[in-house]
Design a protein around this ligand. Structure first.
Ligand code: G6P
Length: 369
């Protein structure tokens, strides 16, 4: 097992560090940025299903559901296709409205999650076209879907998902860009920019990983907190949810993710010096609004850990701690802002002596309903 961990203390840490290379593996041969080409084998024959669709329904569970939420922003923003993101377990029992004009995308690392599988079967019965995004080759979901794209993250052993999440987002981004190009909802220059930027993501993830030692210091400072709040907006709202989930899963600290602007409708009542707030405050359309959220937290004595774009000075002055990530176009920020949050939960869990790779009560693949 020590050999399989490749010198890392845990599989989870190894998998966090593998992200630059597996993101590259996921787009290798599929993304030819200089030529302006995205080629996804499973998609080529079915592009019209997507471009003619009334809407895309994404079904998934857990971290894969968070990847689906990120995709909602990318698909609507770039490809202008309405998207609904559903917990597979809710969707299937709700007597949902599905027609032949719907495309359903099922996202699953393992390809074996029982609720996601049941949602797929239901969608197929109702005549929808079902597309799978799985990591495990030959898995049940990859066989049950009409077509799909594999993430090439390699085996994910840590129960808390890390590299599966970022590679799912990589695939979903490529699909959105491809559809945007075909539909003409993106300008050529913006399309080319996104392709080139996507190619720089592995290097940017690598750079984000270099904050590891600094993040360990932050983990030490906050490891005894009983609760955490995670806030983000737009593309980084799902990242806030995922950050909170990671902390819950492996450290057993209660954490909640919230869209930053919703803070005033509830969570703000909880803020005091005992409540660390992780705020994703990278350069984006919402930057100023998030800055004012930070001020609101500060005036209530909340302690702030902020994820900021490299070179940020405003938030740096206000936050107790910052975790820097390289600049990327807003639609690609989840791929980098996720990294420090993974490391933060990892270090806190290690410091609390938790079983990082196999947290209590959790399973890697949930094959029961
Ligand atoms: C379990 C795992 C999570 C995972 C979820 C969905 O809860 O512990 O890490 O995100 O199932 O799994 P899937 O394989 O469908 O992505």
């Amino acid at each position: 097992e020590q050999i399989e961990k490749g010198g890392f203390d845990h599989f989870m840490l190894k998998e966090i560090y593998e992200q630059p290379s597996v993101i590259k593996d996921t787009y290798r041969g599929r993304l030819l940025a200089n030529k302006g080409i995205i080629k996804l084998g499973g998609l080529e024959d079915y592009i019209e299903k997507f471009t003619n669709a009334d809407r895309i329904i994404i079904v998934a569970c857990g971290t894969s559901w968070h990847a689906g939420l990120v995709a909602e922003y990318i698909f609507e923003d770039l490809a202008r296709i309405p998207v609904e993101v559903e917990y597979a377990s809710e969707f299937r029992y709700r007597n949902p409205i599905i027609t032949e004009k719907d495309v359903v995308i099922a996202i699953s690392q393992s390809g074996e999650t029982a609720d996601t599988l049941a949602a797929i079967k239901l969608a197929k019965e109702k005549g929808a076209f079902v597309y799978g995004i799985c990591n495990v080759v030959g898995s049940t979901i990859s066989r049950e879907t009409h077509s799909g794209t594999y993430t090439h993250a390699g085996p994910e052993i840590g129960v808390a998902s890390t590299k599966a999440f970022t590679t799912q987002i990589t695939v979903l981004t490529m699909i959105a860009l491809k559809l945007a190009k075909v539909k003409g909802t993106i300008s050529h220059s913006d399309y080319m920019l996104h392709l080139r930027e996507l190619e720089t993501i592995p290097a940017k993830v690598e750079e984000a990983l270099q904050s590891d030692a600094h993040i360990k210091v932050i983990a030490e400072e906050f490891k005894n907190a009983r609760n955490f709040l995670y806030l983000g907006r737009g593309y980084n709202f799902p990242v806030a949810l995922e950050g909170a989930l990671k902390l819950k899963e492996i450290s057993y600290i209660h954490a909640e993710g919230y869209p930053a602007a919703e803070m005033k409708h509830g969570p703000i009542a909880l803020i005091d010096e005992e409540m660390p707030v992780v705020v994703i405050a990278v350069n984006s359309n919402h930057y100023e609004k998030v800055v004012s959220n930070i001020q609101e937290i500060k005036s209530r004595a909340g302690r702030i850990i902020a994820v900021v774009t490299e070179g940020d000075t405003l938030v740096k002055e206000m936050a107790d701690y910052i975790m820097e990530v390289p600049h990327t176009p807003e639609s690609l920020t989840p791929l980098v802002t996720t990294i420090p949050l993974q490391l933060l939960s990892y270090h806190i869990a290690v410091m609390l002596n938790r079983n990082v790779d196999q947290p209590r009560n959790l399973a890697k693949s949930v094959t029961v309903e």
